[in-house]
Design a protein around this ligand. Structure first.
Ligand SMILES: [Zn+2]
Length: 431
């Protein structure tokens, strides 16, 4: 991705640097050619060129750009799961994905890791964002997901004679797991997303305590993926699924809902990050009754919500790592609501705003394997920065409101916020 040329000086705000450190009042951040050159107290700021672009934080907050750690660019705010695969052709979903990516950037998410997409749209979306063809977060791609036959994602009955090839590669046994990963290697994905367990959404045969892949399948997936330098993650709710994933060598755990002592110990020993994605559960419980969600599904989401919140608290307290993000793209949990995740973790789970910002920035960048490049406000890192007119240490929910963004800066470019100029497509980039 291109970086800007020139100098920026951001002043008149507190700095929350993403490391969990206390806010630094009256801070200055300087950037040159898309990289941070200074972040510290106003007093002691190096001499700045008067030609630098001046950005007044208006007494608010300067922080790192956010990382959506479980992002589904091709989910288009669907009400029914099957719409994800068959409602629209890939051509139209690609355009929707580009619109979702632009929205995420406008919401302050300068980076995102895909948690699965229709076909390999996210691979090409990443290419388009990197080339400057369309705006969006720095992306890590995932493409199609892997699930056992008859598992959570295998929902089309056979009499319909339609498979799931757009969304999921369905496998039976370790050999088919290896074959699926090899197909994804050719697709160009960076992360292999799997379904070790079911979910509250499927209470009859694949609920949140059901396993959807065997350990042998998961292990074969990890060995093949790691051989090709791909990372592996998985939808893990049931306790045994979490343990299988950790023992198989998963690089991250999605949800990590029902952790017992043994799984927590395994997790901490491996320092594997967990992305709980709990606002989705909360939204399902709150809005489910109004949209005709079956009571058994709502009850399952409630159990997931409580189990997930308790596990998240324990993980962080024990020194583990949490990423923020999760499953936006459903009718009751739409794109654009991403920062509700952070508010939820403060208000419902009991994390402090500084803890939750660290999860959403530094840990997010670590999950993407790019912690050296971004995720904190430090000299030498990319100028991926947010300038807000709010004291986020007091009012984390301000992140939900796009009108509170003075600037969303990515690689030194002001991409969104009140100071952004309208996006003008550079025709030379469209090729
Ligand atoms: Zn997901």
């Amino acid at each position: 991705m291109q970086t800007a040329t020139g100098l920026i000086r951001i002043f008149n705000g507190q700095l929350i640097d993403g490391t969990g450190a206390a806010p630094l009042p009256n801070a200055v951040v300087l950037a040159k050619d898309g990289y941070i050159t200074y972040a510290g107290p106003a007093q002691g700021t190096p001499q700045t060129d008067p030609a630098a672009r001046q950005i007044d934080a208006q007494g608010g907050t300067i922080l790192p750009g956010l990382v959506e750690a479980h992002y589904h660019p091709t989910y288009f705010n669907v009400a029914a799961l099957e719409d994800l695969d068959i409602k629209y052709p890939v051509e139209y979903v690609s355009l929707l994905a580009a619109a979702n990516a632009r929205l995420a950037l406008e919401c302050g998410y300068t980076s995102a890791r895909s948690g699965g997409s229709l076909f390999n749209i996210d691979v090409w979306l990443k290419k388009a964002i990197e080339a400057g063809v369309t705006p969006g977060p720095r992306l890590a791609s995932s493409g199609r997901e892997i699930c056992g036959v008859g598992g959570l994602m295998d929902w089309n009955p056979d009499f319909r004679k339609i498979g799931m090839e757009g969304l999921v590669l369905l496998i039976n046994g370790a050999d088919e797991g290896r074959a699926a990963v090899r197909a994804l290697v050719k697709d160009g994905v960076e992360w292999v997303k799997t379904y070790p367990t079911g979910d509250a959404a499927a209470p009859d045969t694949n609920d949140h305590h059901t396993l959807c892949m065997t350990f042998e399948e998961m292990h074969a997936v990890v060995q093949t993926a790691h051989n090709h330098r791909l990372k592996v993650t998985g939808h893990c709710r049931a306790t045994q699924g979490i343990k299988n994933a950790l023992r198989a060598g998963y690089d991250t755990i999605e949800h990590g809902t029902f952790m017992d002592e043994e799984s927590l110990e395994l997790l901490l020993k491996r320092n594997t990050p967990v992305i709980p994605a709990l606002q989705f559960e909360y939204a399902s419980v709150q809005k489910g009754p109004g949209i005709g969600m079956p009571q058994a599904v709502i009850d399952g989401h409630q159990e997931t919500l409580e189990g997930g919140a308790e596990s998240a608290r324990r993980i962080l307290k024990a020194g583990g790592r949490l990423g923020m993000g999760g499953d936006y793209g459903f009718a009751w949990n739409p794109h654009g609501d991403y920062a509700k995740e952070l508010t939820f973790f403060v208000e419902y789970v009991g994390l402090s705003p500084l803890e939750v910002i660290k999860c959403a920035t530094q840990t997010g960048a670590e999950i993407m394997g790019r912690g050296e490049e971004f995720g904190t406000v430090e000299k030498g890192k990319l100028a991926d920065l947010l300038v807000m007119d709010a004291d986020l240490n007091q009012e984390i929910s301000a992140l939900e409101d796009r009108s509170r963004f003075i600037a969303v800066i990515q690689g030194g470019f002001v991409r969104a916020g009140r100071l952004a100029t309208a996006h003008v497509t550079d025709a030379s980039l469209v090729r």
